[in-house]
Design a protein around this ligand. Structure first.
Ligand SMILES: [Zn+2]
Length: 466
């Protein structure tokens, strides 16, 4: 009785809110104290089942078969024909994407981004570097401008970064990441999404993130609307005794690399150091991990990358894009960046037999579920603001319609400033302004857009507005 009365009051309030284009929610109203997990989309769940550890194994072994994929190794026609060196690897990746495209009636546009990197420390002479990618264009004209992207690097290295002759199998680093991009392309190209998905493989990572730097810069210059970048680097689940195959680490930057001095001042003043857009993406992946049984759970690590290491997601962060890195729980450094050899009974080298192909398939499922969820979701709401004109204990948020017309409503998220993930959610319907009986001084807010099927956009933390 009480609850139905409450519901009635609530629906009346919602009705009034809709009329006024605004809403007010008091703290005493029923709110979900732990946000319900994202609803699994049956179409996405079915697609995830088709991701194959066997296919991933075949692709990693094929990449290893090119002997070395050092960025400065051979790429002349004779070496490509002979099947040795980075040129041969590049041509094979391209043909693989083209094969997937053929299977979906030409649904993928297969492209290369080729440029000459000038000589540098790790590049003895000017070298052509080629990124290979496939575009699954969104089916909705407006939403097709929105892009989600998955990447891995197909180049490899051995102990000496300038050695182009010795084998550099790179099964885990980063045959595994390249295989994730390929397998996501094979499976997701069978579906259609309103937004665009790009499946990328880059080169030059080991030489200095050259490929991703060039690609991200091009995307920035051409004003591509990339909403999220998933970088997979060393996701092979090396079979060492202390590996935890139930977890994959997801690294995200705190202070955005691209933040201006003014933005850094605001972040410092308001405690925004844990709320970069990349960190919202990491939290989104945690949400996806609860909705879909990928076989592996994301373990969020709130730092850009591991000690002494870097990766391609940083190239995207530097250009102001939202990007995270997936890496296996525990790395075995004997099996990375090492010539294949046995010394004092220790086996060195990045060989396929140290890779757990089931684990790579699980990571590919988590990636595919994230890409598919974002590409199905409405765009995030635009120009999200928190009004801070007056000293008051309520909090008023305003935003503009999610571009592209796919949102059926909006949800307010909040959490204690000390909490790593969103703790509360309030559905506010199809309004563009709401007031909560909650002090903005004590919590962090965000707003997300949802569609009628429950697909959620990335949440947007408001900017203060006076
Ligand atoms: Zn790597």
């Amino acid at each position: 009785m009480i609850s139905s009365l409450k519901n009635k009051k609530r629906s009346q309030l919602l009705f009034v809110s809709l009329l006024l284009g605004a809403s007010t929610w008091a703290q005493s109203q029923p709110v979900s104290t732990s946000p319900e997990p994202m609803a699994a989309d049956g179409r996405i769940s079915a697609a995830l089942k088709q991701i194959s550890a066997e296919r991933i194994r075949a692709n990693i072994e094929k990449l290893v078969s090119f002997g070395t994929r050092s960025t400065i190794s051979a790429q002349d026609p004779a070496s490509i024909t002979a099947g040795r060196g980075i040129g041969a690897a590049r041509e094979w990746i391209k043909s693989e994407f083209e094969r997937y495209s053929k299977d979906c009636g030409g649904c993928l546009e297969v492209k290369t981004d080729s440029f000459t990197e000038p000589a540098a420390d790790r590049i003895p002479q000017p070298t052509v570097i080629t990124n290979v990618y496939a575009v699954l264009k969104g089916t909705d004209a407006e939403n097709a401008k929105r892009i989600v992207l998955v990447t891995g690097h197909y180049d490899s290295r051995n102990s000496d970064i300038l050695d182009t002759k010795s084998d550099a199998p790179g099964a885990n680093d980063d045959g595994s990441g390249a295989a994730v991009s390929l397998e996501c392309a094979r499976i997701l190209s069978k579906l259609k999404f309103p937004a665009t998905i790009i499946f990328l493989t880059v080169a030059g990572e080991e030489q200095g993130l050259n490929g991703s730097h060039h690609f991200a810069k091009m995307a920035k210059e051409q004003a591509w609307n990339i909403e999220a970048v998933l970088n997979n680097d060393i996701v092979g689940g090396d079979k060492s005794a202390e590996q935890d195959r139930s977890l994959v680490r997801v690294f995200s930057e705190g202070l955005p690399a691209a933040a201006t001095e003014q933005e850094i001042r605001r972040i410092r003043g308001l405690g925004g150091e844990n709320d970069s857009a990349s960190r919202q993406l990491a939290r989104y992946i945690a949400d996806v991990g609860r909705a879909y049984d990928a076989g592996v759970k994301p373990m969020l690590v709130f730092r850009l990358d591991r000690y002494l290491r870097g990766g391609d997601h940083a190239s995207f962060n530097q250009q102001g894009f939202t990007a995270v890195r997936f890496t296996e729980f525990r790395e075995d450094f004997h099996h990375q960046h090492q010539n294949v050899r046995t010394e004092n009974g220790i086996e060195y080298g990045d060989l396929p037999r140290f890779v757990d192909f089931d684990y790579v398939a699980h990571v590919a499922r988590l990636n595919a579920a994230t890409l598919a969820s974002l590409a199905s979701a409405p765009a995030p709401p635009a120009n999200v603001h928190l009004l801070t004109k007056d000293l008051e204990n309520d909090s008023t948020l305003t935003w503009e319609t999610s571009p592209g017309g796919r949102a059926s409503g909006y949800e307010i998220l909040w959490r204690a400033t000390t909490s790593p993930e969103w703790e509360h959610v309030q559905k506010v319907g199809s309004v563009l302004r709401t007031t909560l009986k909650l002090s903005k001084d004590n919590v962090i807010f965000a707003v997300r857009a949802v569609d009628s099927d429950g697909h959620r956009s990335l949440p947007v933390v408001p900017l203060p507005e006076r």
